[in-house]
Design a protein around this ligand. Structure first.
Ligand SMILES: [Zn+2]
Length: 391
């Protein structure tokens, strides 16, 4: 954030200067234009002979000099502005790391299938954002094999979300009604929440929409038993049709947060049904990368200073644990407390009979014949008693 602040300060300087120059220049140019127009009128009024008398000639040469002077000032200001603009570039260089090579994994893009996977991730992101034309160009240029059936769900998702952001509930309602069985199976209240927003919208329009609101309330029938309390509240709002919802005890229902909330609920439910993640893989990767890069660069620098860069040799594993926030935590991982390594299929976590968990490699290292002593409590046991743990 400090880095952004420092660059922003330079940008502010440029903008202030730019405004000053623009103001001064336009006043100067306006003055000059007026002056030139006045002279032209004067000469034109002076007769049609086309000759200029000595007085006018002096006036003209004075004007030319004045214009040249002003032009000099404007171009000097312009050059000055360039100096400030280049300071912004220098501030960016100074405050941001431009060389990420030290923490780069060269093998990440080495194989063709890896490049293809990356292209697919980028393409999926574009589709989710509704940028169909860019996604299609990428598919074409990178030779990805993506069929229309794969594209359609993303586009539908995007269309519905865009409509929701415009407070248009119909596409989302149609979708929810078409997928009612699956949604009920997931105990989703998406359809109810959509109907509720629609109903509140009608009620908030007052007596004019009374009939429509009452008629619309029939849609709540399937939710009578599952959302009884909420329905009682909704029916209570009808009492305030005349008075207006905003001055009623139900005004919290008008809170715009419900519209933000419905977008989240819809995205979550739709992604679950389509077997997609809430966010595109690219967003998650960029978010995780932004959080992890600064500490990683610091660590790398410290390693270089202390000449122990060899410590971080395993490129697919980070030298330290970096907290990238709960949003980016998708599944549990186990790091062996003895070997300080993350467990994997070939070295899974095992539970000793005393309840302590270590990795299988650690168990083998600690085992002495058919006996092993737990490193945390002195319980002695047979290595074969240890059981593999699955997360
Ligand atoms: Zn133990």
């Amino acid at each position: 954030m400090d880095a952004c602040g420092a660059v922003e300060k330079e940008i502010d300087k440029v903008l202030t200067k730019f405004d000053d120059i623009r103001r001064n220049s336009s006043t100067t140019i306006d003055d000059l234009l007026n002056h030139v127009n006045n002279i032209r009128r004067e000469i034109e009024d002076g007769g049609t002979s086309g000759t200029i008398n000595p007085g006018q000639a002096i006036l003209l040469s004075q004007t030319v000099k004045r214009i040249q002077d002003s032009l000099g000032h404007v171009s000097a200001d312009h050059k000055d502005l360039h100096g400030n603009v280049s300071k912004v570039g220098k501030a960016i260089d100074r405050n941001f790391v431009s060389d990420f090579n030290s923490v780069c994994n060269e093998t990440a893009f080495a194989k063709e299938e890896q490049t293809s996977e990356i292209n697919q991730v980028i393409c999926e992101h574009f589709l989710r954002q509704g940028m169909l034309d860019i996604a299609e160009s990428l598919v074409e240029e990178s030779g990805l094999e993506i069929h229309d059936q794969q594209i359609e769900p993303f586009l539908e998702l995007h269309r519905i979300l865009e409509a929701l952001k415009q407070h248009n509930l119909s596409p989302a309602l149609h979708w929810a009604q078409a997928h009612r069985n699956e949604l009920t199976h997931h105990r989703s209240s998406l359809e109810f929440k959509l109907l509720r927003l629609n109903f509140i919208d009608l009620v908030s329009q007052g007596v004019a929409k009374q009939q429509e609101a009452l008629h619309f309330a029939r849609n709540f029938a399937p939710f009578a038993s599952s959302h009884t309390k909420e329905l009682q509240v909704l029916m209570g709002t009808l009492l305030y049709l005349r008075q207006g919802l905003d001055s009623s005890p139900y005004r919290h229902l008008l809170d715009p947060i419900h519209w933000v909330d419905i977008c989240d609920v819809f995205t979550r439910e739709a992604c679950t049904l389509l077997g997609l993640s809430m966010e595109s893989a690219l967003s998650v990767i960029v978010k995780a990368g932004c959080a992890a890069l600064p500490p990683l660069l610091t660590i790398k620098q410290v390693m270089l200073q202390r000449q122990c860069s060899g410590v971080w040799s395993a490129k697919d594993e980070l030298p330290v644990e970096i907290d990238i926030g709960v949003d980016c935590r998708f599944h549990s991982i186990f790091a062996c407390p003895i070997l300080k390594q993350q467990s994997n299929d070939s070295n899974p976590p095992v539970r000793l009979i005393c309840g302590h968990v270590i990795s299988r490699d650690a168990l083998q290292k600690l085992a002495n014949g058919n006996k092993v002593k737990c490193p945390y409590c002195p319980v002695e046991q047979a290595p074969s008693d240890a059981r593999q743990i699955f997360f």
